[in-house]
Design a protein around this ligand. Structure first.
Ligand code: 3H9
Length: 703
């Protein structure tokens, strides 16, 4: 038997251990080995029951994602037929599911007649996160086990549920007393099955999965949920597969599921989401930071600034049990910040997401202070104040005086150059940027900004602590803003200019949300505060002074005190939850265009798409060329997780590859000509884009 399987006999039992670290992904060789082992056990007259388990504890993370899009995915034996073969074995199969059974792994367990977990086991059909649907029987066998409605919810959410919930739903028959006991207790279970003459597979709990549901259940479900799916394909295919489970015999349902799975696997959306999956794993690898670098111990954290951003950051640490000092120079603001945190936790208690005792534990970890001296023993200090260079400089000078040697001094700046901050201090090696996104207790992304002098172990520590608090850290080089803000600048500039030339904010936003972005530029600016982006622009005024039209509408709105949602008026008018177009903004655009001699015209949606997106993409490619971003995929992660770019488009640079790099270059050159002086000013293709197209490359990489 090959290395991928450990096979042994114990009395009347055959024990088949999957051994393909790290996660027993069900690649073609492992599938072949599973069939071979199961058939050997089936043919052995001494064997009366078979146990499948994970040799190193973990059961399996499902199909091998690296095989999708390649011939290996359906190379014989493919997963669907492997599992059909297992269901035909006339002896009871018990899946002993240690730690994790996701996607195809849960389908493997569903092909076994009996299933057992341990207290820490998590199970789920997570294919939807990869733009797929379960393709090896999950959409057909799960509804027959737990009913159509529960199965649909599990498949569409991609949620991983714990062992107890899996048992309540009927996915697990039993839970072992501990992870260590799982295999022994699975053997005992199998022996019981033999003793009582249990069939190889028990009767289906839900032979008619939709029996207790109204006839129009699926149609209503679709009507209710479809708006949230936007243009995603996979949820729609899941519904079709569930419909098959409800209407067709198993064999026909499996055939239908397979056809739908193949459609999803071949789709651009799934390709994009698979790109995102591997991008997330890649982002954690930092050239030059290997296992020889020991991160510093970070047990005590301090956050400066109790505004919404600082409060959210403080909560992220308290949520994982790390004590946090929250400093605010003004007592009233500190009280408001702490109160806000309590309110957010109270809302979680109300929604059943945490207990009152947990709320208190977290509040006990938060310590409000007005005094810098209280930060003397902090291992990591994160400044989260407004984007005013002088304020930040002053804060860092204070920190330098009070913080112990070796403490990491982090700035949460989105737009200032951290090298300039570090240069004014005597310990620049301890300075780093940690750019959180609001609301920081919810948003996953943290840009970890590496200054020229940042010590490798400071970088390693920052990456480690960000992961510890459940964030996705992405490394960026320093400059006027990190990856996200640098790209936001030309994208937002173009949106503003389009309004000056004749588009409306609502038209621009609807083109962007039509692409499935969470928000358009102007809704985003209104939410974040036009005054906040004013400060960012102000810090970078010299670089844009040659263009008088540069974001001039936002400048005027700011001067009028129209800061966005918080003042009830910005690019839009707000009344309670309602947002309306504001014709005064159009009038303002007309007036400014007249003053600046910018001709106004009707603007096509395609032009809005191309100008905003091509400028975004071009800046991303430029950042890669400058080495600010380590990888194109890091840029995609920043925009997906920080700016609401749809993951099923794979991020802006993956999207550019789908559009065709030559098309993007062609578009930029077109507008460089078509927009006259303005085009000459801003539509300059990144040198790397030109090199990539000249070299006939279709992927974005540094060359
Ligand atoms: C499916 O099953 C389709 C079927 O219905 C039908 C088929 C016909 N494949 O994340 P980590 C690698 S769709 C290949 O860093 P963690 C991962 O790349 C599949 N590789 O660790 C990494 O490699 P590296 C449904 C995989 O502890 C290493 O394992 N399944 C797979 O934070 C460690 O991973 C899923 O969607 C895989 N399936 O998280 C599960 N899984 O070290 C996807 C992991 O070289 N996986 N790797 O970078 C996960 O959610 C997480 O990886 C997991 C571990 C929770 C398992």
């Amino acid at each position: 038997m090959c290395d991928l399987i450990h096979f042994r006999l114990e009395g009347s039992l055959a024990l088949i251990g999957l051994s393909r670290p790290p996660v027993n992904a069900l690649s073609q060789p492992l599938r072949a080995a599973i069939i071979e082992a199961c058939e050997r056990a089936a043919a052995d007259i001494r064997v009366q029951a078979i146990i499948l388990y994970g040799e190193h504890g973990l059961f399996s993370a499902g199909a091998d994602i690296g095989e999708f899009g390649t011939e290996a995915c359906f190379a014989e034996p493919d997963l669907p037929s492997t599992l059909v073969r297992l269901t035909e074995i006339p002896k009871p199969l018990v899946a002993a599911m240690g730690k994790l059974a996701l996607g195809g792994a849960l389908e493997l367990a569903l092909a076994c007649g009996y299933r057992m977990g341990e207290p820490g086991t998590r199970v789920g059909l997570s294919e939807i996160n990869l733009g797929l649907l379960p393709g090896a029987g999950g959409t057909q066998r799960l509804p027959r086990l737990i009913g159509a409605e529960s199965a649909l919810n599990l498949i569409l959410s991609g949620e991983q549920i714990d062992a107890e919930r899996a048992r309540m739903l009927g996915i697990l028959d039993r839970i072992a007393s501990s992870a260590e006991q799982l295999l022994d207790e699975a053997c005992a279970y199998a022996n019981e099955l033999i003793e009582c003459g249990a069939p190889a597979r028990p009767a289906e709990a839900w032979p008619k999965p939709a029996e207790d549901l109204p006839d129009d259940f699926l149609a209503r479900y679709r009507a209710e949920h479809e708006p949230r799916w936007k243009s995603r394909l996979a949820p729609r295919l899941v519904l079709s597969a569930l419909e098959a489970a409800c209407l067709l015999p198993l064999e026909e349902g499996l055939a239908r599921e397979l056809a739908l799975f193949k459609q999803a696997e071949a789709s651009r959306q799934s390709k994009a989401l698979r790109h995102v999956f591997f991008a997330e794993r890649e982002a954690g690898r930092v050239p030059g930071i290997g296992s020889d670098i020991t991160p510093r111990k970070l047990d005590k954290v301090a956050v400066i600034g109790a505004g919404p951003l600082g409060a959210g950051i403080a909560m992220s640490f308290a949520n994982v049990g790390i004590p946090v000092a929250l400093l605010e120079p003004e007592g009233g603001a500190l009280d408001r910040g702490l109160m806000q945190i309590r309110k957010l936790y109270q809302a979680s208690v109300k929604h059943g997401k945490m207990s009152a005792a947990q709320l208190q534990q977290r509040m006990d970890l938060l310590f409000g202070t007005l005094d810098y001296e209280d930060l003397a023993d902090a291992d990591l200090v994160i400044e989260a104040l407004c984007e005013k260079p002088d304020v930040k400089r002053q804060v860092f000078l204070s920190l330098e005086q009070v913080c112990k040697p070796g403490a990491i001094l982090a700035t949460g700046t989105s737009s200032l150059d951290i090298d300039a901050i570090a240069a004014s201090l005597g310990r620049p090696q301890d300075v780093i940027g940690l750019h959180f996104f609001s609301p920081a207790n919810v948003m996953r992304l943290v840009e970890v900004v590496r200054g020229k002098a940042t010590a490798p172990e400071v970088l390693a520590s920052a990456m480690q602590i960000a992961k510890r608090i459940g964030k996705l850290p992405v490394i960026s080089g320093a400059g006027q803003g990190a990856i996200g803000e640098r790209m936001l600048e030309p994208y937002a500039r173009e949106a503003h200019r389009l309004v000056l030339e004749g588009a409306t904010p609502a038209q621009v936003d609807s083109v962007l949300t039509g692409l499935d972005l969470n928000m358009g530029v102007f809704s985003m600016l209104d939410l974040a505060g036009i005054d906040v982006s004013f400060l960012t622009r102000d810090a970078n005024r010299a670089a844009t002074a040659h263009d008088q039209s540069y974001c001039c509408i936002a400048q005027e709105l700011c001067a009028l005190g129209r800061y966005g949602q918080k003042t009830g008026r910005g690019f839009y008018l707000y009344e309670g939850q309602n947002r309306q177009e504001d014709y005064e903004v159009t009038a303002l655009a007309e007036q400014l265009a007249g003053e600046l001699d910018v001709p106004r015209r009707a603007i096509e949606d395609l032009e809005i798409h191309d100008r905003c997106l091509f400028m975004l993409i071009n800046e991303g490619i430029q950042l890669l060329d400058e080495g600010i971003a380590l990888r194109a995929s890091d840029i995609d992660l920043v925009w997906i997780n920080g700016y609401g770019f749809p993951a099923h488009l794979g991020g802006p640079l993956h999207y550019a590859e789908q559009l065709g790099l030559d098309q993007v270059l062609c578009g930029i050159l077109h507008y460089r000509q078509a927009l006259g002086e303005y085009g000459q000013m801003w539509f300059r293709p990144a040198a790397l884009l030109e090199r990539l197209v000249a070299a006939g490359k279709t992927r974005i990489e540094r060359i």
